[in-house]
Design a protein around this ligand. Structure first.
Ligand code: NDP
Length: 530
């Protein structure tokens, strides 16, 4: 991305060639309140359109996405460098599935949910949760999954009747516009889905603006700023933030399969996945064989332009990320860790290419830094047993995802349940983000709130509790006026309901009958007066 001050345009740059892909007009932060107002005015008609009409629009969006799949995948590859094969599968295919899943289950997820009440005072009343759209929502997203991440919010937000202001990353603005075009073509009104382009100032203006909720996906540092900025207005916020995911390779793991799996989990998308594998803890009895295979397979990865079907790894997406990875490797070298393969920028290519890198951390030396690298770099460290592996895996400020590699699935589950993270995969990694039923969340500094599945849809609505007393002719005994009789009744009632001694309960019965008679008498007199 290059903001061009002369033309007031944002220029999207291909990280493989450093050539321009296209440009979009910059949004001025001072225009944000007017854009929010536009969406607010359009919102009631969209809200009142009804779920069936919105489902039809989502079906059309799904059809259009499928029809334009190859073009959109190509645009993703051009804007952020990930191989076309990946763009077509984990971005486009997963997004089609996400849209399909959301509209297919929208009625079930957004229906009124009956609440059965156990308390004798309320049990005859009708109660339910009503899903009310929130209003105007903000969606701020990163460049690393420029289609699937935005759609994880946009689809359910629009389905449930909200309006949307969407700020894609300034590095992938054309994919962002393509998403909007798709929904507008499908029938979403122009002012219900508004795109804004720009960097942090536009993002900040959006957080400060008068929208009902912010969905932010990005780094933990910026997520913390967003939370601070939203605090004065108690803004509702969902944060999907950084990760530093561990993989545990058990003594009983198939080292050949698990080294291939860990390699993919660490290096796909050039390692630029929030849930990519960054740290590998290997049982000492398999550590050497696993490491040798991981290094050998890393060296065979084919690096190049993502549009070449033979490319496994493209460039890093931005210059900033390129510099970050360089500093991660230099820091590891300085602290005495061993670079087993890679470790250098690739000089003979024009883009932000970096060698896939494996770094060994000696158990007697400094630990793997607790920081997200977000690139083609993976740290490996041997451990004595599962207990040490779990301790090190959890010794992190992050808690997004994790993986366990074993030939015994019970063993894998036992370890998985002890890892402190939003999700764990046994014998796979990364792709749980594309499993639509699974809600997506991070714990610790990896996030707040949910995306995807039923929980993701819950984030789009106000879960309003509605309680109906169908008996409108009599008053409740806890209303005014208070008095000694009411007090006595309450005491007796508490014993009857909650005392676990049955003799005491039975002893209240005469008083209860007496009160009941009095209560009915008073109510009768009052209804006669009415
Ligand atoms: P950033 O946090 O830098 O940016 C994310 C988005 O926020 C961008 O659109 C950015 O705009 C915008 N932004 C920047 N500053 C502000 C601000 N002060 N107020 C509001 N918005 C702002 O992250 P990256 O784009 O570099 O993405 C990589 C990060 O995202 C990694 O840490 C990764 O782990 C995380 N991530 C988390 C996921 C999850 O589900 N937990 C999924 C994917 C990524 P602009 O880019 O235009 O400057």
């Amino acid at each position: 991305m290059t903001p061009d001050s002369r033309t007031d345009m944002i220029v999207s740059i291909n990280p493989s060639t450093l050539e321009e892909v296209g440009r979009v007009p910059h949004t001025h932060p001072e225009d944000v309140p007017d854009l929010v107002q536009k969406a607010r005015e359009a919102y009631p008609a969209w809200r009142d359109k009804g779920i069936d009409a919105r489902i039809e629009i989502m079906k059309r969006a799904q059809d259009l996405l499928l029809k334009q799949a190859e073009e959109i995948a190509e645009l993703i590859t051009l804007e952020m460098g990930r191989p076309f094969t990946e763009a077509l599968t984990v971005e486009v295919e997963a997004s089609v599935d996400l849209l399909y899943y959301d509209w297919k289950h929208a009625h079930r997820f957004l229906r009124n949910r009956r609440v059965w009440l156990h308390h004798p005072f309320f049990m005859l009343r009708k109660s339910y949760i009503h899903c009310q759209p929130l209003g105007v929502l903000t969606n701020i997203t990163p460049w690393n999954w420029p289609l699937l991440i935005p759609l994880g919010v946009i689809g359910p937000a629009l389905l449930s009747g909200n309006a949307m202001l969407f700020k894609p990353s300034e590095y992938t603005p054309l994919t962002g516009d393509r998403i909007r075009d798709l929904f507008i073509q499908a029938g979403v009104p122009e002012d219900i889905f508004i795109n804004l382009h720009g960097s942090s100032e536009v993002g900040q203006a959006l957080v400060f603006s008068d929208t009902e909720k912010v969905f932010f996906t990005g780094s933990t540092n910026v997520g913390q700023i967003v939370m601070e900025q939203g605090a004065p207005s108690l803004k509702k916020i969902v944060l999907e933030l950084g990760g530093h995911d561990p993989a545990i390779v058990c003594e009983d793991a198939d080292v050949d399969i698990s080294s291939s799996g860990v390699l993919w989990g660490a290096m796909n998308n050039c390692g630029q996945n929030c849930n990519g594998i960054e740290r590998v803890y290997m049982h000492e009895n398999v550590a050497d064989r696993f490491t040798d295979l991981l290094v050998e397979k890393t060296q065979k990865l084919r690096i190049g332009d993502g549009m070449d079907p033979d490319t496994d790894i493209g460039p890093l997406a931005t210059e900033l990320q390129f510099e970050k990875i360089l500093s991660v490797v230099q820091h590891a070298q300085k602290s005495g860790m061993e670079i087993l393969t890679g470790g250098n920028p690739i000089q003979d290519k024009k883009g932000y290419y970096f060698e896939p890198t494996v770094i060994r951390c000696d158990p007697s030396g400094p630990e793997i830094p607790d920081d997200e690298a977000f690139g083609p770099v993976v740290f490996v460290r041997s451990v004595q047993d599962d207990v040490e592996a779990i301790r090190l895996a959890n010794d992190s400020q992050f808690g997004l995802a994790g993986s366990v590699w074993t030939s015994n699935s019970r063993h894998g589950q036992r370890i998985a349940q002890q890892i402190e993270s939003g999700s764990v995969m046994v014998n796979d990694s990364v792709c749980s983000f594309g499993i639509t039923e699974a809600g997506w969340t991070g714990i610790k500094k990896s996030g707040v709130g949910w995306m995807h599945g039923e929980k993701g849809l819950d984030e789009m609505v106000n879960m309003q509790f509605i309680n109906i007393d169908t008996n409108s002719k009599s008053q409740n005994f806890w209303w005014f006026p208070y008095g000694p009789d009411v007090l006595k009744g309450i005491r007796v009632g508490m014993t009857l309901l909650f005392d676990r001694n049955w003799f005491k309960k039975l002893a209240t019965l005469p008083a209860i009958l007496c009160h009941l008679a009095g209560y009915l008498l008073i109510n009768r007199k009052q209804s006669k007066k009415l």
